[in-house]
Design a protein around this ligand. Structure first.
Ligand code: G1P
Length: 295
């Protein structure tokens, strides 16, 4: 349906207060997950889905982020002189990944406001929004399925995960109807961080969205909602309620996802990913077992 290439928007302007003092002078998106900053996983996910134009919405401490995606000539020439090709490749990998742009959010007025800051750069392209707190395992492609679903239907696409009812208050929750495809649902309503009693289902919106640029007009007039912030969920609710439009659809994700949003989940993500790595796993796995036995 959309002939223009997709762009990607990565909001990275949060204050990261759960990780203080680590995030005092560094965005939380730069925290390492094993040996790569969290945001690099997200940028790689976008490029693996074929998106090469990426806009990062930045807040305080933006320099760390932009430096990470820039080349570092001194470091590169030192590694080249030493003949350390493996490390040189690692340094160059993040600067060669994609065409990365930055815009400042200014005030932290919510996810909807952050996404609206992308309007000038995105223009009239369809775009994906990727939140850095959710890491999706590269072996379980989600974004590609969402892009295809958007191209096929023109709908706004959210990624949905079935969570325990006790967890739904941490997410946007979706009211859904089934479709012919067991992995795709029609979203009939969305509510930001409801209590377990008020939640329309236990389908939680996780941090991947594929949107048409028309969402910007809605965001422009979206009033602050939950927590006094301009919520992307509220703009999507308007699309879901519009009977004449293409609506909102959910791709149900059943793969591996690592939440890095709070300290416990962040540590779990590192342990899981490190245990799975070919270079680190063989040494770590027996150690994890021994360590667990001491607990
Ligand atoms: C944001 C969204 C929420 C969504 C979540 C996914 O919340 O507002 O709807 O479920 O991301 O991670 P946040 O986690 O930024 O508070």
């Amino acid at each position: 349906m959309s002939l223009k290439p997709f762009k990607a928007v990565i909001p990275a302007a949060g204050l990261g207060t759960r990780f203080l003092p680590a995030t005092k002078a560094m965005p939380k998106e730069m925290l390492p997950v094993v040996d790569k900053p969290a945001i690099q996983y997200v940028v790689e996910e976008a490029t693996q889905a074929g998106i090469h134009d990426i806009l990062i919405i930045i807040g305080r401490n933006k320099n760390n982020l932009s430096n990470h995606f820039d080349s570092v000539p001194e470091l590169e020439s030192t590694l080249r002189k030493k003949g350390d090709e493996a490390k040189l490749a690692k340094v160059q990998q993040s600067s060669d990944l994609a065409d990365i742009h930055f815009v400042r959010q200014g005030e932290p007025k919510g996810l909807g406001h952050a996404v609206l800051r992308a309007r000038a750069h995105v223009g009239d392209h369809p775009f994906a929004v990727l939140l850095g707190d959710d890491l999706i395992d590269e072996r379980d492609p989600l974004l590609t399925t969402m892009l295809e679903e958007h191209e096929r239907t023109g709908a706004a696409i959210v990624a949905l995960l079935e969570v325990e009812p006790s967890q739904i208050h941490l997410y946007g929750a979706a009211a859904v109807e089934t479709t012919d495809n067991p992995d795709v649902v029609r979203v009939t309503g969305l509510v930001e961080k409801p209590s377990a009693e008020d939640a329309p289902s236990n389908y939680a919106v996780i941090g991947r969205y594929v949107l048409a640029p028309s969402v910007f007009d809605i965001l422009e007039r979206t009033e602050p909602g939950k927590g006094g912030e301009i919520q992307l969920t509220d703009a999507l609710q308007e699309l879901a309620a519009d009977a004449d439009g293409p609506g909102v659809r959910g791709v149900v994700f059943r793969g591996r996802r690592y939440d890095t949003g709070d300290r416990v989940d962040y540590i779990k993500a590192i342990v899981q990913l490190a245990a799975d790595r070919e270079d680190l796993g063989p040494e770590l796995r027996p150690w994890f077992k021994d360590f667990a036995a001491t607990l």
